[in-house]
Ligand binder design. Structure first.
Ligand code: AMP
Ligand code: MG
Length: 492
């Protein structure tokens, strides 16, 4: 009765310099902390077998499942603007790919499963805290409908990892439509290996942008496609108050999924300058900077593709520039459409941009909670009596009152009935996000007290972010001043 993974290996079939073959390092005593059963089923895996001791050994990297061809992928990347020609999976190992119930190819990767030829000075391990954080936030993002890598399982290893203190070691099983990053292209481009760039681009087109294959200029279409998905992705982040925290080019997935949950966080009070990451001293990856950084990262991708565009460098550059010029409009269209939905507007008017912007500015000036303001507005759009739940979110409630007059005038010109508006708004304005203080409390209980009940409860609440869940209403609350988390850490 072994655990069966119907593995395929299209990435491992690429040239040998794309990766290093390396097996996970066995660990002392694997213990399954969490298995994502619905995801397992979706991937064609048997959750009951994965829950056995043998399954836990596989998920900890102690035992290799039949058919695995474990590799660490090579990549490079700009980290905080500085280019590093070789990064690569220093603590992650791809076991193989499976085809999910939707027919989509998915990587199954162990993160924290031991050193690889790309580990540099790292130990190849992950601590339990960051593993739980990634599990919670990636699954919350999925429930919010935002493209993201997924978490299939978390196991503890029975070993300690050395960070500032000794911490329990853990392994996350990460699922992605691929782990190919902007930095993967940079790895080959930096070596002048145009054939490598071409092989990678061809692989990516088949895997993520099949429509590009049928166009006159597939590599141009590939760049356009990645630009469109990143523009859409970053708009989605802003619309839920998400801050990635480390938008390095090696943490930017070509598929358009959110990847690499390190010091990421959701903001509570709306403030465009919000930064949580302890290592982001300049605020390079602040909330409102994210669109600009996405474009910067896409520009690095475009540079890699230049030799595929044309032998004439000038021509290639001007083609890349015109593709990149499309980013701003794509982002703005997605972001403004998202804001209109958050405000319950079914039609578009010229003044909508200003209406949304003025609410955001009033929220920023008055430290209003981003998530709660929009959630409660969903009800206030139906019944003005609900204004009383919004006003106290603003330091000066009059700031909301003034804006609300304009909002009511605007929705008065909509033809949709108000109950439909409320339902539509409630379907895009979540009640529950993974608030930092909640995530930290869950990690504290798990790491210091071996208590995973808070983790389970938080996961359950976040799996239905758009439902009210009265029994768990407290999870919607912003932190009290003493609960506020000001800094988050990579934890690597
Ligand atoms: P990250 O900050 O997780 O995006 O990682 C950046 C780079 O550092 C990647 O090449 C990782 O594989 C590598 N890295 C991070 N943590 C470790 C670790 N504990 N051991 C080895 N490599 C690591
Ligand atoms: Mg990374």
């Amino acid at each position: 009765m072994t655990v069966h993974f119907p593995f395929e290996h299209t990435y491992a079939a690429l040239p040998a310099n794309f990766f290093a073959r390396v097996a996970p390092t066995p660990v002392a005593s694997p213990r399954l902390i969490k298995l994502n059963r619905p995801l397992a089923v979706h991937l064609g895996l048997d959750p009951d077998r994965l829950s056995t001791p043998e399954g836990a050994e596989i998920l900890a990297g102690k035992r290799l499942p039949d058919g695995a061809d474990p590799i660490a992928m090579a990549y490079a990347g700009h980290q905080f603007g500085h280019f590093v020609p070789q990064l690569g999976d220093g603590r992650a190992i791809l076991l193989g790919e499976v085809i999910d119930a939707d027919g989509v190819r998915r990587d199954i990767q162990l993160k924290g499963s031991g050193p690889t030829p790309f580990s540099r000075r790292g130990d190849g391990r992950a601590a339990l805290g960051p593993v739980l954080r990634e599990y919670i936030v990636s699954e919350a993002m999925a429930a919010l409908g935002i493209p993201t890598t997924r978490s299939l399982a978390a196991v503890t290893t029975g070993e300690s990892v050395v960070r500032e203190t000794l911490l329990p070691g853990a392994v996350l099983t990460r699922v992605a439509s691929s782990h190919i990053r902007v930095g993967t292209f940079q790895f080959f481009a930096a070596r002048g290996d145009t054939e490598g760039v071409r092989r990678l681009a061809d692989h990516v087109i088949v895997r993520h942008y099949p429509l590009a294959a049928g166009t006159d200029r597939p590599y141009h279409a590939l760049l356009d496609g990645v630009i469109a998905r990143q523009a859409e992705l970053v708009a989605r982040w802003l619309l839920v108050g998400f801050i990635h925290g480390v938008m390095n080019t090696d943490n930017t997935a070509i598929s358009g999924e959110t990847i690499d949950y390190g010091p990421c966080a959701f903001m509570d009070a709306y403030n465009p300058a919000t930064v949580f990451s302890s290592i982001d001293e300049q605020g390079r990856y602040a909330y409102a900077n994210q669109p600009r950084i996405a474009l910067w990262n896409l520009t690095r991708l475009a540079e890699c593709l230049l030799p595929l565009f044309s032998d004439q460098q000038d021509e290639a550059i001007s083609e890349a520039q015109s593709a990149l010029a499309g980013f701003a409009e794509k982002f703005d269209t997605a972001y403004q459409a998202g804001l209109r939905k958050k405000l319950g507007l079914f039609t578009a008017e010229d003044g909508d941009r200003a209406l949304a912007q003025d609410l955001l500015e009033a929220m920023a000036k008055n430290q209003a909670d981003f998530t709660l303001t929009f959630r409660r507005l969903s009800d206030a759009a139906l019944d003005t009596a609900d204004d009383r739940s919004i006003r106290p979110l603003f330091a000066d409630p009059a700031a909301y009152d003034e804006w609300a007059v304009r909002f009511r005038e605007r929705i008065g010109r909509e033809t949709q009935d108000t109950a439909m508006r409320q339902a539509a708004m409630r379907s895009v304005n979540p009640a529950f996000i993974p608030r930092n203080h909640r995530v930290e409390a869950v990690i504290e209980a798990a790491v210091n007290r071996d208590d995973f009940a808070p983790f389970e409860e938080l996961l359950a609440v976040l799996s239905k972010p758009f439902e009210d869940q009265p029994a768990f209403a407290g999870y919607a609350d912003p932190p009290e001043p003493h609960q506020r988390v000001l800094r988050t850490f990579c934890g690597t």
